[in-house]
Design a protein around this ligand. Sequence first.
Ligand code: ADP
Length: 491
Amino acid sequence: MTDVATRTLLAGIEAVECYGIVAVGPDDTIATWNRGAASLTGISAADALGRPVSNVLSDGSDVLNRQTLERIADRGGEVELWLRRMEGSRFYARVAVVRTPPEANGECGHTLYFRDATSLWMTREELQRSKSMFESILATATDAVICVDDSQRIIFFNEGAERIFRYEPEEVLGQPLDLLIPDRFASAHRRKVSEFGESPVVARQMGERGEIAGKRRCGEIFPAEASISKLNVGDRTIYTAVLRDITDRHEAQEELARQAEELARSNAELEQFAYVASHDLQEPLRMVASYTQLLARRYRGQLDADADEFIEFAVDGVRRMQSLINDLLAYSRVGRGTELTSVSTAAIVGSTLTALAHAITETDAKVTFQDLPTVHGDETQLRQLFQNLIQNGLKFHKPGVPPKVHIDAVDSGDFWHFRVADEGIGIAPEFRERIFVIFQRLHSRAEYPGTGIGLAICRKIVERHGGRIWVESDDNGTIFHFTLPKETVKT
Ligand code: ADP
């Protein structure tokens, strides 16, 4: 190299800002200290030159003495070290060391090249922190998290998976995923995972309706809810399955379904019983009724006064029993209604009022209605529903005050909300549930006639239509509320 070239090179080295370039003699003292070294360390050339390199650059933790320099030079390439900065602070540096040619006494010095890598260190630290955070989240998750590679061998098995499958990680890591799947599903499952691998979808539920079966270490099969996702890492694909044991939920659902089935069966049985009993009782009862009435007609006044009274009791009792049985029959028939059609509730209420015209005039009642919609329902039953409620409104009026009943409906989303309001005697809070139970009455027949079946029938009709019925009442009267689903338009 010419003198000019050497001078240019040295000037260049001296001027470099982002690299610290420092020549250290065989006695470890600093021989040159470029501008980069001064700006990275904050130590001026005047303070550095002639001093042992370890005194100037060594940080408390990483010692930069002759042995260290030799080791770094031997290794070639860069190492990462903490170096000292002025005023006790430090910085993370990437350091390369090159031996200089031997001097006359055969000893070598070193040249150090270093640059600031603090931000690299911080990024790495941050990555490490979030990695450990994710690892601990995964490890402690209650769900099983299992990763498999392209060949469907298990490469990650968290604590949740250990708990659910009852394996130790070392028993499953490197094993095929089949280990955790019931034998009869294993090949289909393997195929599905491969198909998923080739599809553009990155995550999806596993199994039909999101449910699959898992196999524990002891061979026990259990239901699970699982999803799978894939991640391309370099040229491999990693599949992650997140799986939850739903044995408890399954058992609860099965129990619920069993109870519902049992309830439906016993309900149907009861209904059948009530129907058969009331239907079959009608015939003999009719016979008892006609003969007691015959007795009453033929022998009234011919026996003594007691006998007349007894016959009267018998006739009355039979009549009551007939109406109870008729009611029971009507009640048990609600479940067997006809098909639901489009029904105008305004028309139903209109014709009900015509049918009740006599009772209305007799009591000087005022019955009004407005805004009644068309619904999807069983016309006969809806007629019975309105009739029972209006009749009760007419019947339970305050003594001496003519009945007033108003019927209307409001839109409440998927339902119509109907109200039948009166200004009658009201219902005490403690009876507001009981009145919907079959044959429950709050008054004697002498006070108000009836059998106590009307509201039970109303509830059955409303519930058969998918609605709900309830009552609101105070001293000013009673409002029966019920809902019916809106008309479903068939296309
Ligand atoms: P019934 O009218 O034959 O007694 P329901 O089942 O229709 O049978 O009614 C049950 C009971 O609820 C009635 O006996 C009555 O005490 C009470 N009730 C029903 N509707 C009204 C009303 N609009 N106002 C006050 N009480 C009522």
